[in-house]
Ligand binder design. Structure first.
Ligand code: GDD
Length: 340
């Protein structure tokens, strides 16, 4: 039975990946941060076979300990502070976890494998946010980076240190440069989920307006369930490499609003949406579009659904959740003035 260790198990991708690997017969271990992490219960409910280990990307001994217990064949480093907007407010912490955390995990692997880093396969969750102020359209593995946020800078460090451990120590290490990927499990602070949940609330009369930042931003949005499969495929190749994972289709936040409000049955979104300058970022990534030809050719990977299907699925899930007796709460709901 192959064994995998996932950091960031409580996030959207961690849960989809754990389900995917468990379905393939893996024994799956997930690293959980903090003393009383409320999402540990959710993970255990969603993936009953999961084995949870306590550890933190800021703490090297805890990572070595997790590797000793899990004895993984594959390590997926998905743990990060992943909300770009927050990375300006907590730039040091973002650098510490999202950036240096990658180095710590690679060092833990070096200790665990006694220097033979080819023995355990390593996946690093890199990000299209590294392209930032894009140098070419669409972006591929050779496009230079120009990150625009402390988050993007930390991810660029994580990417390069992964490549460096491959080149310096012969690590079987892959960096997956994933473009935005969404699902009903997406955190409510990200724009797709904020809009699908907002549209559902407005349709149900639970909310009147939705505050947004830059609605002209363009992103290449895919479905998270498809993207975790690409992570696994990268680690099944003879040689490690870096891969862009994207749909190649770009949409604006306005397109997202059109589809979500229409699906929720509200119709016109304009009377319900207000732009709030507090939600604009100090430096914005205006547009992203990925060229995933390498992954399509070598991994045989391609996205399954399209943007409209994805957003409609998310709206339907939010409508269903909000009409249940005990809807999931939104701790990061920006409509709550305490989060302004
Ligand atoms: N979150 C948010 N909230 N974004 C808004 C809002 C708003 O109210 N209004 C407009 N936007 C715009 C942002 O300015 C950005 O241009 C775009 O919507 C997408 O924002 P997010 O959904 O927060 O995602 P992101 O693109 O910044 O980052 C996501 O994708 C990266 C891959 O490119 C995250 O998942 C990162 O962790 C990931 O690496």
């Amino acid at each position: 039975m192959p064994r995998a260790l996932i950091t960031g198990i409580t996030g959207q991708d961690g849960m989809y990946l754990a389900e995917f690997l468990a379905g393939k017969g893996y024994e799956v271990f997930g690293l959980i941060r903090g003393q009383n992490n409320p999402r540990a219960r959710l993970v255990a409910d969603v993936i009953p076979s999961i084995r949870l280990l306590s550890g933190d990307l800021r703490d090297l001994p805890s990572l070595v300990g997790a590797l000793e217990t899990a004895r993984p064949d594959e390590v997926y480093n998905l743990g990060a502070i992943s909300f770009v907007g927050m990375s300006w407010r907590q730039a040091e912490l973002t650098s510490e976890i999202t950036g240096l955390g990658v180095l710590r995990m690679l060092e833990a692997l070096r200790i665990h494998t006694q220097g033979d880093l080819s023995k355990v396969r390593f996946y690093q969750a890199s990000s299209s946010e590294m392209f930032g102020k894009v140098r070419e359209v669409p972006q591929n593995e050779d496009t230079p980076f120009h990150p625009r946020s402390p988050y993007g800078i930390a991810k660029a460090f994580g990417h390069y240190i992964t490549v460096n451990y491959r080149e310096s120590y012969g690590a079987y290490a892959c960096s997956g440069i994933l473009f935005n990927h969404e699902s009903p499990r997406r955190g409510p602070e990200f724009v797709t989920r904020k809009v699908t949940r907002g549209a559902a609330r407005i349709a149900l009369g639970q909310q009147d307006t939705l505050l947004l930042g830059n609605i002209d931003a363009c992103r290449d949005w895919g479905f998270a369930g498809d993207y975790v499969e690409a992570m696994w495929l990268m680690l099944q190749q003879d040689e490690p490499d870096d891969y862009v994972i994207a749909t190649g289709e770009t949409h604006t936040v306005r397109d997202l609003l059109d589809i979500a409000f229409h699906r929720a049955g509200v119709g016109d979104w304009e009377p319900h949406v207000r732009q709030d300058s507090r939600l604009l970022r100090p430096a914005e990534v205006d547009t992203l579009a990925g060229d995933s030809s390498r992954a399509r050719e070598r991994l045989g990977w391609k996205p399954r659904g399209n943007f409209r299907d994805l957003i409609e699925m998310m709206v339907d899930a939010d409508l269903a959740d909000l009409t249940r007796a005990d809807p999931a709460s939104d701790p990061t709901d920006r409509e709550d003035p305490r989060w302004a």
